[in-house]
Design a protein around this ligand. Structure first.
Ligand code: XMP
Length: 513
């Protein structure tokens, strides 16, 4: 059975980071809503429970409280920030309202080095705080094991019960030794082993898929992106020819994208691949359209139409597989300032119409993105797919400003291929979020040889980002920029100028449309 650490989410922006830190220790972690009944938690028999931080005060009328039964389960617990205050609130300690927030770096001084949670740490270390209220009286049976300049009880312990509380955040990078603290909790306190590996996960997932699917057929929309590709490889290992992958070429793909998918899945993996070349249809419908929103709508609707017709041709199937990831299925927490309406009842089925009746198979839905990549490598997918940068559904259409024509697609595709090639060659491709070319609708004068030119401009966009929500432009080396620019201007007919996009998001967006 998988050893599990349960994280109760009290609305911290770092809850997912805690989950990831634990998984980096090769221990499985699950995020559950803060009010999950103790009985339900007991049924899962986790090796440990973590109470996340959160924006609330235990004094607030709408404070999120856990089922008090969790303190009696006999399971080791770690309370982080708001979590430490919950110990005080429920176990007869005292929390005082802070007059001002303690925010930022602090120095932790370990006062009891025999504490299992703090084993192996130096006597003094940097930690990161973000709290207003603080503990002023220890909860019953607890003792202080570390202090900071502003907090007399920065780390506390109830040794017999194996309850620990931290006023600071061990999960964030600004607490450099935080990983050690978290690994102490999972290994020393909870007694977990390093059992959560992608190899083990693959074996288990293949077994589950076989059980669920039985002898039925499964359809998967393969985009060539990381998630659908890994889902396809996993399903194929589990059920072979019961899986049909549908790949739609909308004519708006990057250079070689369709070829790579055909090569890897069709020829190497021998997946049943239904290749739908709908490029003529998409380009016909985009003729004369310049408005970005209209482009998106046309592409979205056309995709559904083509995909739906393709599933009919693929024959009757009971299941539709999707590469949904864990962050998409974690329920957001309904606390003050975070309305219940935000809870996802269930993510929708990729925007497909209701009359497409499929049951869902989502074999990646308990994995984070980096785990999906590791799983992809484990299943034998090439680096080219596993480390592919995100690519928007509407494809090159949102990178061709103005009308999308076959000729303009060809210009952008050629310029973009050079960007990708040079970024990969210099290894920058793998270090950043996205890098691509954009075709601008302006033409300018140039001179090539003795000839005057009047050609298009390519903008180069390279951004760093964690999740695509915010982004900053990447400071690429001048030599690399020079090489990319020279190659595009020399090799791509119709382009005589390259410029660099140096805007961050916000206020700009990553894509140009
Ligand atoms: P923006 O341009 O909104 O992009 O800053 C944020 C991230 O989302 C990707 N993106 C899309 N992905 N369909 C997609 O599947 C879309 O319509 C779409 N628009 C933007 C974009 O590439 C970036 O990673």
């Amino acid at each position: 059975m998988t050893e599990e650490i349960v994280i109760l989410d009290f609305g911290s922006q770092y809850t997912q980071v805690i989950a990831r830190r634990i998984r980096e220790c090769k221990v499985y972690s699950t995020i559950l809503p803060f009010d999950t009944p103790a009985k339900e938690i007991a049924k899962r028999a986790p090796k440990g429970i973590i109470l996340s931080g959160g924006p609330s005060s235990v004094y607030s009328a709408k404070a999120p409280f856990p089922d008090p039964g969790i303190f009696k389960l006999g399971i080791p617990m770690l309370g982080v920030c708001f979590g430490i205050q919950l110990f005080a609130h429920f176990l007869k300690g005292k929390v005082e309202r802070g007059q001002r927030r303690e925010y930022g770096k602090g120095t932790l001084q370990v006062t009891d080095r025999s504490c299992a949670l703090l084993k192996g740490l130096p006597a003094k270390l940097q930690v990161w705080n973000s709290h207003a209220d603080k503990l002023t009286k220890l909860p019953e049976g607890f003792q202080t094991v570390a202090v900071t300049e502003n907090s007399g009880h920065a780390a506390i312990e109830h040794r017999p019960k194996q309850f620990f509380g931290l006023q600071f955040h061990p999960e964030v990078a600004h607490t450099p030794q935080g990983r050690q603290i978290i690994s102490n909790f999972v290994y020393r306190v909870c007694g977990c082993g390093k059992k959560w590996t992608m190899k083990g996960y693959a074996v288990q997932a293949i077994e589950t898929i076989r059980e669920v699917v039985g002898s039925e057929r499964v359809i998967l929309g393969l985009s060539g992106g990381v998630d659908s590709s890994v889902a396809a490889a996993l399903l194929h290992q589990a059920i072979g020819d019961q899986l049909t992958c549908i790949f739609v070429n909308n004519g708006l793909l990057r250079a070689r994208e369709a070829e790579v998918v055909k090569e890897v899945f069709g020829r190497n993996f021998k997946v049943k691949l239904q290749y739908e070349d709908a490029s003529a249809l998409f380009l016909k419908r985009l003729k004369g359209v310049t408005d970005p929103e209209r482009k998106r709508k046309i592409i979205g609707r056309s995709f559904i139409e083509v995909f739906q017709a393709a599933t009919k041709r693929a024959g009757k199937a009971r299941f539709l597989a999707q590469g949904t990831l864990y962050p998409d299925v974690i329920e957001s927490v309904p606390i003050a300032g975070n309305p219940a309406a935000l809870i996802k009842s269930h993510h929708n089925v990729g925007g497909l119409p209701k009359n497409m009746k499929f049951e869902l198979v989502e074999p990646l839905k308990c994995l984070f993105k980096d785990e999906v990549r590791l799983l992809g490598l484990e299943l034998g997918l090439p680096k080219e797919i596993v480390y592919r940068q995100p690519f928007p559904g509407p494809g090159l259409a949102v990178r061709i400003l103005g009308e999308v024509t076959p000729a303009r697609c060809a210009i952008l595709r050629n310029a973009d291929a050079i960007v990708v090639e040079e970024m990969k060659q210099s290894d920058w491709y793998y270090k950043i979020w996205q890098s691509f070319a954009v075709l601008l609708p302006i033409r300018s004068v140039g001179v090539m040889g003795d000839e005057r030119t009047y050609d298009y401009t390519i903008a180069l966009r390279a951004v760093e980002s964690q999740d695509g929500m915010t982004a900053d432009w990447v400071r690429l080396p001048y030599d690399l920029l020079e090489k990319i620019s020279n190659r595009i201007i020399n090799e791509v007919k119709g382009v005589n100028r390259v410029c660099l996009d140096i805007s961050s998001k916000p206020p700009a967006t990553i894509e140009w449309e």
